[in-house]
Design a protein around this ligand. Structure first.
Ligand code: SAM
Ligand code: SF4
Length: 349
C-alpha cells in the first residue's frame, strides 16, 4: 500500500474541541487556506520568477497524502474555503486525485468551496474534470491580450492556449475570474481593453499591484504601477461604483456601469488591507505563513514527518496563527532587496 492509499480521515470529530485555534491575537479569524501544491510551473512570468529557477527537490515537497492530511486538519479547525495554487497547481502530478479526495469535505458540508488559481495552460484538458469534482470557480491569470507580449511576459507562454483554456472552463460551467498584474511598462495602456474582454465574456477581472517577493531578473521599480492611478484613469471614461466588501479578502470591487461587469483592485502597496485578513498560506513544503508579506513561518512538515498526531498539528497551527503579524511591510525601492526572500510561486499567490 502506498501512503496515498491510506484511509481517508474526516475533518471534524477529533478536532471539534480545538475550534478557536484559527483566531489570532488581534481577533482575526481564519477561514480561508491557500495551499500551494507545487513550486513548479510551465511558465516563467517575469515578475514572479527568475528565468533560471532552481526548483525544490521532490523530497522537500509535501506528498499528496500529506497535503490532504494537513488540509483536512485545517478544515477540522474551521477553514471553509480552500484555494489550491502554486507554482502552477495543474502541473502537479495527481492533482485531480487530490481534489477528488478533498471534495469529501464538500460532501459533508465541512467545506464550502475548493477553488484554484491557475495560469490556464492546462484548462482545456482539465476543466471538465474540475467541474465534475465540485470546483465551481477558478481564477485564471492573464496579463495581456497581445500574443507577443504574453510570450515575453511569461517567457514562452502561448496566449491562444490560455484563452482556449478559459473558453473550456466557461463551457464546463466554471465561473472564471481573470487576474492581471498591472505593469507600468507592459500592459498599462491595455488595462481597459483587458477589462472589456473579460466583461464581455461575463467574467470579473482583478488587477494586482506587483509585490516585492523573491529575487527576479529585473528591477521592480520599473514595473510598479499604482492601482490608485489606474482607477483614476478608468474613471476618466467609465463610471465606477464601489461594491460592499463581501470576501474578507484584499480585493476591493467596483461595478463598471458601461460594461456591466466588476473590476477588483488588489493594492498591497498603495493601500494596506491587513485588518480584515482572513487567510493563511501553506507552502508546498508545508510551511505555514500567516502573512504574505512577512517572513513568519511555522514548519508543519516537520510535525508531519516526525509522526505527529493531528493534535500536534493543531498545536503547531494554533501557535503560528496566534503570532500572526499585524500587517505586511512591502516596499518597492530601486536597488532595495525584496521585502520577503521567498518567491510568490513558492508561497502560493
Ligand atoms: N500559476 C498560477 C497563476 O499564475 O495563476 C498560480 C500561482 S501565481 C504565483 C498566483 C498569482 O500571483 C498570479 O495571478 C500571478 O500573476 C500573481 N503574482 C506572481 N508574482 C507576483 C508578484 N510579485 N506580485 C504580484 N502578483 C504576483
Ligand atoms: Fe507560473 Fe503563475 Fe508564477 Fe506565472 S505567476 S510564473 S504562471 S506561478
Amino acid at each position: 500500500m502506498t501512503p496515498y492509499d491510506a484511509p481517508l480521515t474526516q475533518a471534524t470529530p477529533a478536532l471539534a474541541g480545538a475550534r478557536g485555534a484559527l483566531a489570532d491575537g488581534l481577533g482575526r479569524n481564519h477561514s480561508y487556506l491557500r495551499l500551494s501544491v507545487t513550486d513548479r510551473c510551465d511558465l516563467r512570468c517575469v515578475y514572479c520568477m527568475a528565468e533560471h529557477m532552481t526548483f525544490l527537490p521532490k523530497a522537500e515537497v509535501l506528498t499528496l497524502e500529506e497535503l490532504d492530511r494537513v488540509a483536512t486538519v485545517f478544515v477540522g479547525l474551521g477553514v471553509r474555503k480552500l484555494r489550491l495554487t502554486g507554482g502552477e497547481p495543474l502541473v502537479r502530478k495527481g492533482i485531480l486525485g487530490l481534489i477528488e479526495r478533498l471534495s469529501r469535505h464538500l460532501a459533508t458540508g465541512a467545506l464550502d468551496e475548493i477553488t484554484l488559481t491557475t495560469n490556464g495552460t492546462r484548462l482545456s484538458t482539465h476543466a471538465v474534470d474540475l467541474a465534475r469534482l465540485g470546483v465551481k470557480r477558478i481564477n485564471v491569470s492573464m496579463d495581456t491580450l497581445k500574443p507577443d507580449l504574453f510570450a515575453a511576459l511569461t517567457r514562452g507562454g502561448d496566449l491562444a492556449q490560455v484563452q482556449a483554456g478559459i473558453d473550456a472552463a466557461l463551457a464546463a460551467g466554471l465561473k472564471v475570474k481573470i487576474n492581471a498584474v498591472a505593469l507600468a511598462r507592459d500592459n498599462a495602456a491595455e488595462i481597459p481593453a483587458l477589462i472589456e474582454w473579460a466583461h464581455v465574456r461575463g467574467m470579473d477581472l482583478t488587477l494586482i499591484e506587483t509585490m516585492p517577493m523573491g529575487e527576479i531578473d529585473e528591477d521592480r521599480t520599473d514595473q510598479f504601477l499604482s492601482l490608485a492611478d489606474v482607477r483614476r484613469d478608468l474613471e476618466s471614461f467609465w463610471t465606477l461604483t464601489d461594491l460592499p466588501l463581501t470576501t474578507g479578502g484584499p480585493a476591493r470591487y467596483a461595478k463598471v456601469a458601461e460594461t456591466g461587469g466588476r473590476v477588483g483592485f488588489i493594492t498591497p502597496m498603495s493601500h494596506n488591507f491587513c485588518e480584515s485578513c482572513n487567510r493563511v498560506r501553506l507552502t508546498c513544503t508545508g510551511t505555514l505563513h500567516t502573512c504574505l508579506g512577512q517572513e513568519d513561518a511555522t514548519d508543519l512538515r516537520a510535525v508531519l514527518r516526525a509522526g505527529g498526531s493531528d493534535g500536534d498539528l493543531v498545536r503547531a497551527i494554533a501557535g503560528g496563527i496566534a503570532t500572526k503579524p499585524k500587517g505586511h511591510d512591502f516596499h518597492i525601492e530601486r536597488g532595495r532587496a525584496p521585502s520577503v526572500t521567498r518567491h510568490m510561486s513558492t508561497t502560493g499567490g
